[in-house]
Ligand binder design. Structure first.
Ligand code: GDP
Length: 470
């Protein structure tokens, strides 16, 4: 398929989503403010019918995407080729033949935080390693509770080079891109100075065309490559994951739902009821069912709140819920592994990434890691998720900018005006047709209609690794 065709096809999908979100949110608002029962009933009908039309459009779009012979295969093959290329480069980078001479970058422990948060810290280090063409060395023993030794769960990130020692060592600084020191030590991303342009959400220039042709979310794909490399399970973990998958009865098609509650609520995220998540699981199955009548509705439910599973089962008896919430407490994993909770969260993330569609909150690292791990598994997973809160982001990323494709005159207080070609730094999508952001030129902040903008994907020159073996 032509580049323009692939891009336009995804653009139609994106605008369809924005249109539906806008219509649903506005009609719901009218309904909630209406006192006349006849009006409420009429609005309810419009909500129902427009939701139905939306599902039909999505089904038609999916059929259209698959209508030309060979397109689906091409997308899968191309996505696989790109994954293979980057994974080989990482393998090459991480396994220098002579560790005594290798240029290294050393990742120091980040702040004490959860498994996903720590994994993202190491991901940042590996991105820095790739872009500076230096082998990443981890202080694995310092990575804290979440990884009681990296290699107790994942493959070692290097088979040949683990020593942090070198002839000369410097801290990351203004000259680091050209610095000849053998070892560079990295601070956390929050303390990184200067901040290079290759940080997420940038993608490497040399594969940018191929990537934007085949993928709707190249930035997440790029981060996903690093997370995938880092989380290659070791033999014992692979066995545990495979056995658990089978024991739990995890079979596709299945929608993954991750409900993040407990310590996150009120500090970093809002409470979302199970119904808010299930609305999107329902929608996915309603569409899927059009081409696969009689499908059994299955949800993989992961949560840090053990009460969620019971509530979901009570409220949605037509669904089969698959979950390890019960297993991890009763299966005595602690007997076999030193850290049952670590295995529990890795299993949840692994299975969420194997779902056909996930509903979660991008404010959670668990949700973002799951989405990132979907990247190499599907041709284009960018239509396979729904975040109830944030847009996709990488903690500490450079500005996420969007480009106006239509003029806009503010209609309300709090809304910003702009012209075609203007750039806005986006803070978040409100999932009601509007996003929040700051106009780069005028400095004004406010709401703007999401459909009038497209993402700007920064393309940055990074090493091309021509040495890597084919
Ligand atoms: P965040 O706090 O949601 O951004 O993600 P982190 O991974 O940094 O920290 C959350 C921690 O809570 C995880 O590492 C887990 O230990 C725990 N947790 C959160 N959600 C789940 C879940 O669905 N399943 C399991 N087993 N643990 C979870």
């Amino acid at each position: 398929p032509k580049f323009e065709y692939e891009v336009m096809r995804r653009e139609v999908e994106r605008v369809t989503e924005e249109y539906n979100l806008y219509v649903q949110a506005k009609l719901t608002q009218i309904k909630e403010n209406a006192s006349d029962p006849a009006l409420v009933s009429e609005v309810n009908t419009i909500i129902e019918i427009s939701a139905d039309i939306h599902k039909m459009m999505k089904n038609d779009q999916s059929r259209l995407a698959n209508a030309v012979d060979g397109d689906v295969d091409w997308r899968k093959r191309e996505a696989l080729r790109l994954t293979d290329l980057v994974q080989r480069r990482l393998d090459y980078l991480q396994n220098p033949t002579d560790c005594d001479k290798a240029k290294k970058i050393v990742c120091n422990p980040g702040k004490a935080c959860g498994c996903g948060c720590r994994l993202h810290h190491v991901t940042y280090c590996l991105i820095m390693a790739y872009a500076t063409q230096r082998t990443l060395i981890l202080h694995s023993e310092d990575l804290g509770y979440a990884f009681q030794g990296w290699e107790s769960v994942f493959l070692s990130i290097s088979k040949t080079c683990r020593s942090t020692v070198g002839q000369t060592t410097t801290r990351w600084g203004p000259n680091s891109m050209t610095d000849d020191s053998q070892v560079i030590e990295l601070p956390t991303l929050d303390n990184l100075s200067p901040r290079p342009s290759f940080l997420p959400l940038a993608i490497p220039e040399d594969i940018a065309d191929r990537l934007t042709r085949v993928h709707g979310d190249p930035s997440a794909w790029w981060v996903g490559q690093f997370v995938t490399y880092l989380t290659r399970p070791n033999a014992m973990m692979r066995k545990f994951l495979n056995e658990s998958k089978e024991k739990l009865g995890f079979v596709n098609p299945i929608v993954g739902v991750h409900v993040r509650r407990t310590d996150k609520i009120g500090t970093e995220a809002k409470f979302h009821s199970i119904d808010e998540y299930m609305r999107y699981a329902n929608e996915w199955f309603d569409i899927y069912q059009k081409q696969h009548p009689g499908v059994q509705r299955r949800v993989y439910l992961a949560s840090d709140d053990p009460g969620v599973l019971h509530e979901a089962k009570q409220k949605y008896p037509n669904y089969t819920f698959v979950s390890d919430n019960e297993v991890s407490r009763t299966a005595g994993l602690g007997d076999r592994f030193t850290n049952a909770s670590l295995h529990g969260i890795i299993l949840d993330i692994y299975l969420l990434s194997r779902c056909d569609f996930i509903v979660c909150t991008f404010s959670s690292n668990v949700c973002r890691v799951s989405y990132e791990l979907m990247m190499p598994l599907h041709g284009d997973p960018s239509i396979r998720f729904k975040s109830l809160d944030d847009l996709y982001y990488f903690h500490g990323q450079n500005a996420h900018n969007v480009l106006a494709i239509e003029d806009h005159q503010s209609r309300h207080d709090g809304e910003i005006s702009f012209n075609v070609g203007d750039i806005v730094g986006v803070a978040g999508n409100h999932w009601d047709g509007y996003s929040m952001g700051t106009h780069v030129k005028t400095g004004r902040s406010g709401l703007f209609p999401s459909y009038k903008f497209v993402n700007i994907i920064e393309r940055v020159k990074m090493p091309t690794y021509h040495e890597e073996p084919d």
